[in-house]
Write a protein that binds this ligand. Structure first.
Ligand SMILES: Nc1ncnc2c1ncn2[C@@H]1O[C@H](COP(=O)(O)OP(=O)(O)OP(=O)(O)O)[C@@H](O)[C@H]1O
Ligand SMILES: [Mg+2]
Length: 402
């Protein structure tokens, strides 16, 4: 949905904004019901959520992360573990899996379903997606309906890993503001792979190569521009809001096109990249891959108060920086009428009591439907009745008394 449609939707016939509709828009979409079938450890499970933040507590192996992963598949891509779709099918099941959800959105209820049929599971590279009963082509369509932001223990390594993980992290954030970003990234990747293949096969048919390079230039510059814009937005969000208990991150993006965009108009950057691609064919053929372009960009993060690179910060400081970025992202999305679902896997356990309380307060203040896991109920005491609690045990979830 474009911002334009959103604005039109909130206006009455005279063009003035209807307060009740604006209020509904500010709430965004919430997850009301979730049904899992043969998903990971869940044979079949149903959950009802009332819109408050959700806490999931239970022992190791109880099924907490599996549940967050199921929710994460209501957004484009492979979900929060990023694994092949076949792994998601319950080992003891028939080979397929399904996640069905009922959302409450500003336009009323919406049903979303995704999964893989048993006979397709072995070879499946894509999953089926249905939105209000209609089949969608690809998981990208999900970005139009729901924003999901997550933090997982695996992301603790984000700042010390190779650039690719950080680039994907940034691109997910960009997609929250611009759902077309994912489709453009796929189109760019396809053209890139095809160029690499032609160069490897020594196909020097100029028309063929330049056609692909034109696509790379067009989509590549759009990707870089959307990243630059998002980084600027995040910077702005860090400047206006007091980050409370979480450190402010100073973020920049390192990439040839992104840097070029700071000095030249987009059309010019596109022309320059196109020329560069033509010039570097022999070099890239020798290297076996394309050495320049937005597929090589990196997200650089510094701890602003300490003026230190994030990768040199302590584990706890890195975690706090990540939470700060996730909250800034959520705040920005909420301000645009798309408060995200926030999936926080094992985040509470790593925070001291003050930070934990500050995180809960921020979640409640932003009206976010956060899903948080932990092994100990006591971690979430500071929520009081502001959250909906579940006890997860052997892949069944029982609501806790408020
Ligand atoms: N495809 C699958 N089929 C069946 N069981 C699976 C599948 N994938 C994972 N599991 C199992 O699901 C169980 C729950 O995993 P999950 O990661 O949700 O646990 P958790 O509650 O998050 O535990 P922890 O506190 O250790 O993080 C594990 O025992 C895991 O081995
Ligand atoms: Mg877990």
């Amino acid at each position: 949905m474009t911002a334009e449609i959103l604005d039109r939707d909130m206006m009455d016939a005279t063009g003035s904004v209807v307060p009740a509709r604006r209020e509904a828009a500010a709430r965004g979409a919430t997850l009301a019901r979730l049904v899992l079938t043969d998903f990971r450890s869940y044979a079949r499970a149903e959950f009802s959520f009332d819109g408050r933040p959700v806490t999931l507590t239970g022992d190791n192996g109880a099924g907490k992360t599996n549940l967050l992963e199921a929710i994460s598949l209501l957004s484009p891509g492979r979900g929060l573990r990023g694994v092949p779709y076949a792994d998601l099918a319950r080992a003891q099941g028939a080979g397929g899996w399904a996640v069905a959800a009922a959302l409450e959105t500003r336009w009323g209820p919406l049903r979303i379903g995704t999964g893989i049929e048993p006979h397709k599971a072995e070879t499946a590279r894509s999953r089926a997606v249905r939105i209000d009963g209609e089949a969608a082509t690809g998981s990208g369509a999900l970005a139009d309906h729901l924003r999901i932001v997550w933090l997982t223990p695996a992301m603790d390594r984000l700042f010390v890993e190779a650039a690719g993980e950080r680039r994907r992290f940034l691109d997910r954030i960009v997609m929250g503001f611009d759902p077309a970003h994912g489709r453009r990234a796929n189109a760019y990747e396809r053209a890139l792979r095809e160029r690499n293949r032609l160069l490897a096969d020594n196909v020097r048919e100029p028309g063929w190569l330049s056609g692909l390079e034109e696509q790379m230039a067009e989509h590549g510059v759009a990707l870089a521009a959307a990243r630059v814009e998002t980084v600027a937005r995040l910077k702005g969000a860090f400047e206006v809001a007091t980050q409370g208990a979480f450190p402010r991150a100073a973020i920049t993006i390192a990439g040839t096109l992104e840097a070029d965009l700071a000095e030249h108009a987009a059309v010019e950057v596109e022309d320059r990249f196109l020329r560069r691609l033509a010039e570097t064919r022999a070099r890239d053929a020798a290297a076996g891959r394309s050495l320049e372009g937005p597929h090589r960009s990196d997200l650089l993060v510094r701890h602003a108060a300490k003026d230190q690179e994030a990768r040199l910060c302590s584990t706890g400081e890195q975690k706090a920086l990540l939470i700060g970025i996730a909250l800034a992202n959520a705040r920005l999305l909420a301000a645009r009428g798309h408060p995200p679902l926030l999936l926080l896997d094992e985040v509470a356990a790593h925070l001291d009591e003050t930070r934990r309380a500050a995180l809960f307060d921020e979640i409640v203040e932003l009206g976010l439907q956060a899903f948080m896991t932990g092994t100990d109920r006591a971690l979430f005491t500071a929520f009081g009745s502001r959250a909906q609690g579940f006890c997860v045990e052997r892949s069944t979830a029982t609501p806790l008394d408020d």
